[in-house]
Design a protein around this ligand. Structure first.
Ligand code: ADP
Length: 133
């Protein structure tokens, strides 16, 4: 997998795609019209790579943060519709990130938004191959 201007990452293509798809669909699903979803990628201070997916709307209550990683768990912090979801998305993301040797971090504030960071370790970076597009 590669992102423009950054080195390539050694990761399972299907897993990486599924991780991004699940996180993007959550960010879009839990953001009302007029809200913003931002995607970013950078190298972190320890030489690993970080991909962030952030939205600025519904957010998750502090007391629900642990539960959302469990399979089939959906929280109803703001009565925002969870229709169409299965409660499996984040638990799948968490497992796939761990299988890639990475880490998942979720920062969220109820009513303000959510920022999910997927961190790939330094060992997953292919140093000599830069993406050109
Ligand atoms: P699903 O999206 O199918 O409901 P997930 O496992 O992906 O299941 O997410 C679990 C729960 O975590 C969601 O039902 C929702 O309550 C909360 N959640 C996940 N992502 C976000 C987000 N970006 N903003 C607000 N809540 C979220």
């Amino acid at each position: 997998m590669s992102v423009g201007g950054l080195p390539k990452i050694h990761a399972d293509d299907r897993a990486a795609r599924q991780i991004l798809l699940n996180l993007l669909s959550n960010a879009i699903k839990f953001t009302s019209a007029g809200g913003e979803v931002k995607v970013g990628a950078c190298l972190d201070s320890q030489g690993g790579a970080e991909i962030t997916i952030a939205d600025n709307d519904v957010g998750i209550a502090k007391e629900d943060m642990e539960m959302i990683l469990l399979p089939f768990s959906q929280v109803d912090s703001t009565n925002f519709s969870t229709e169409g979801g299965t409660g499996l998305g984040l638990s799948i993301v968490n497992s796939l990130v761990e299988l890639q040797g990475g880490e998942l971090k979720i920062d969220s504030k109820l009513g303000e938004g959510t920022c999910v960071t997927v961190r790939f370790p330094k060992s997953s970076i292919l140093r000599d191959q830069r993406s050109h597009g």
